[in-house]
Design a protein around this ligand. Structure first.
Ligand SMILES: [Zn+2]
Ligand SMILES: [Zn+2]
Ligand SMILES: [Zn+2]
Length: 272
């Protein structure tokens, strides 16, 4: 189901109009053992609310409703999953700022689960969300930097408070162009995203420490997968994953004491 079915106004609309609606019996196996009747979800999304257009409040409300919907009846794997799924998004920092990416990740992972169930893994969710946030920042660099609901005056204050200065953010601020404001985590050059990196060396001719495989940053020698979030944000990434899965080592040089965008071992291409 689209999550937009689960907002409280949507649910009461469905309850009120169920007898007259063009209803389709949907198997709710993916959500629980229950079956409910709703009108076709495509019609619902077209006429009432698209899940991809929900705002933060609608999304949160619908998430809670979906969790309690799956809770009805006997304990089911669907309910456990639903809890883990939304629990992951509920614990995120900067949720307001990254809401479009969170919503997109939520939709993508639910759709994937319904077509082929897969085990919940915080690591996987982390990675999917991180990729989505990166993509949203490329698509809409201005929007994703605006805190959601913090009031207009909150933006400069938050930026100032954010501290860390240049280089602590994965993308350099104050640059209008999307791609042009991106700095590559692999070759340290400004103008492309790490997953689009075609470089074979740093700009000074030194060989790269890493290469990209399946959107992962892998060290060239030992084929370790390095953590992208940590390399972009350092300790602020607040990673919870297992260190053996994604190593916290600089993607430019391999040093474990600094992250790539700390600009310890390389010059920041945005600072000149
Ligand atoms: Zn590159
Ligand atoms: Zn990490
Ligand atoms: Zn380094």
């Amino acid at each position: 189901f689209p999550l937009s079915v689960f907002t409280s106004p949507s649910l009461s609309l469905i309850n009120a109009n169920a007898p007259t609606m063009d209803t389709v019996k949907l198997n709710a196996a993916a959500l629980g053992e229950k079956q409910i009747r709703v009108m076709s979800t495509a019609t619902f999304e077209a006429t009432v609310l698209r899940e991809a257009e929900m705002d933060g409040a609608q999304w949160t409300e619908a998430a809670y409703n979906m969790i309690s919907f799956t809770k009805k009846g006997s304990p089911s794997p669907a309910h456990t999953r639903c809890n883990a799924h939304f629990g992951f998004f509920a614990t995120l920092q900067d949720a307001g700022k990254n809401f479009p990416a969170i919503r997109a990740t939520d939709i993508a992972l639910r759709k994937r689960y319904v077509s082929t169930p897969f085990a919940y893994s915080r690591d996987l969710y982390d990675r999917e969300l991180y990729n989505e946030i990166m993509e949203w920042r490329i698509k809409e660099p201005r929007q994703t930097q605006l805190p959601n609901g913090g009031g207009r005056g909150a933006t400069p204050a938050r930026r100032a408070r954010g501290g860390g200065g240049r280089g602590s953010a994965p993308f350099q601020k104050g640059n209008a162009g999307a791609a042009s404001s991106t700095v590559c985590l692999v070759c340290a050059v400004r103008g492309h995203f790490y997953s689009d990196c075609n470089s074979h060396s740093f700009s000074d001719g030194t060989p790269l420490h890493c290469s990209i495989r399946d959107r992962d940053i892998r060290t060239s020698g030992s084929h370790e997968t390095l953590c992208r979030a940590w390399n972009a944000k350092g300790a602020a990434a607040a990673c919870l994953h297992d260190q053996t899965q994604r190593v916290h080592a600089c993607s430019f040089c391999g040093n474990k004491n600094h992250h790539a965008f700390s600009w310890t071992c390389r010059a920041n291409p945005s600072s000149n």
